[in-house]
Design a protein around this ligand. Sequence first.
Ligand SMILES: NC(=O)C1=CN([C@@H]2O[C@H](COP(=O)(O)OP(=O)(O)OC[C@H]3O[C@@H](n4cnc5c(N)ncnc54)[C@H](OP(=O)(O)O)[C@@H]3O)[C@@H](O)[C@H]2O)C=CC1
Ligand SMILES: O=C(O)CCC(=O)C(=O)O
Ligand SMILES: [Mg+2]
Length: 416
Amino acid sequence: MSSNITIPQDGQAITLEDGKLTVPNFPIIPFIEGDGIGVDVTPVMIDVVNAAVTKAYNNERAIRWMEVYAGEKATQVYDGETWLPEETLAMFEQYKVGIKGPLTTPVGTGMRSLNVAIRQLLDLYVCLRPVQWFTGVPSPVKQPQEVDMVIFRENSEDIYAGIEYQAGTAEADKLISFLQQEMGVQSIRFDQDCGIGIKPVSKEGSYRLVRQAIQYAIDNDRESVTLVHKGNIMKYTEGAFKQWGYEVAKQEFGAKLFNGGPWLSLTNPKTGKEIIIKDVIADAMLQQILLRPAEFSVIATLNLNGDYLSDALAAQVGGIGIAPGANLNDKVAVFEATHGTAPKYAGQNKVNPGSVILSAEMMLRHMGWLEAADLLIKGMSGAIAAKTVTYDFERLMDDATLVTSSEFGEAIINHM
Ligand SMILES: NC(=O)C1=CN([C@@H]2O[C@H](COP(=O)(O)OP(=O)(O)OC[C@H]3O[C@@H](n4cnc5c(N)ncnc54)[C@H](OP(=O)(O)O)[C@@H]3O)[C@@H](O)[C@H]2O)C=CC1
Ligand SMILES: O=C(O)CCC(=O)C(=O)O
Ligand SMILES: [Mg+2]
């Protein structure tokens, strides 16, 4: 099949050797615009990043953006039925660092999530979502400055694996019969017209996620890693995740019992400080993050818990309009907003582009372009402090000036 992607001729690929990225001065970065509000936020992100890079490095460095396709735009560019072209995945793999806008997933019917498919097909097993407050952002909590957490959400397993059968199908009936007849299951309350799903959680998948979370705590001088799970109810999936999390802390990082256990502690080899490894059951965690946010720093959790937790925490610091994220493995990184396609606002130049812009800030840091990343934060802080904000913040702030998505981007650039 011929390609629909135009590779910038004046750019070079980012490469990886012995786990270290080599970033040329004119790197090619693949991006997916995204469905719905993708058209409102992604072009603003590109303008803001270009401005930060130009300001930081004059014209000695610049990103060569390369559009790749997924979602509705892919169906327009390809043959009408291709939602996630193979060459899109191949480009992310080849160019090592990319970024994407949100993609629509129909509810209760239709195809499975393209966002989840990208993570699974590229085995981007860490979903990294930092949650931090910017001074002046309206928040429903009294002390949003106490929220400073980094979520490591397992991104390749759990019920997001998509092993799920619709009620009334031969597959659902077969699986239910197997469970009842061969496994002695008696607890399926209504076995007629019953949908059924499976939740795979492995030792290897849990180990690699928690390993990254602990390493992050070491590298970034964080005081704790909290394993969040629902292991009292789902003993051999969520409970096993907790067990394996403690195990990896002991076996690979030398963690020891803290005050007689069950929590652990280890000495950060870089700072000599203590890092506590603890666990909290997921429902209790959702109240703890509201009542005692200062007690949590790095969080490691399974896919569904991480999805819920990241939106709940985002609300405490201004909402999903400003919450960034990244999907990572040891080779490839695809940065991505936390929010979805917000269809009711699509094409209105209204929503907050902050989430994908801050995802790009994480991307610049990942590339080692720290000066540009810092400028981006400076611009965002300045725009918020000047109260030139999009509708989501404006409706909660006194005396704020309401701006469009693109005007917010301009305000960020003006404050760099
Ligand atoms: N990674 C991805 O690509 C994701 C995709 N999705 C998909 O997106 C679609 C819509 O999902 P939905 O549950 O409605 O979630 P959305 O995140 O799209 O929107 C929910 C609400 O969040 C607020 N919001 C979202 N984005 C912004 C923004 N940039 N600026 C300001 N406010 C924002 C709006 O709140 P208000 O109404 O208060 O203004 C909006 O109505 C679904 O198909 C879903 O599967 C969902 C999440 C992630
Ligand atoms: O893929 C989707 O449609 C939703 C995914 C999601 O909510 C998330 O990753 O946070
Ligand atoms: Mg989500």
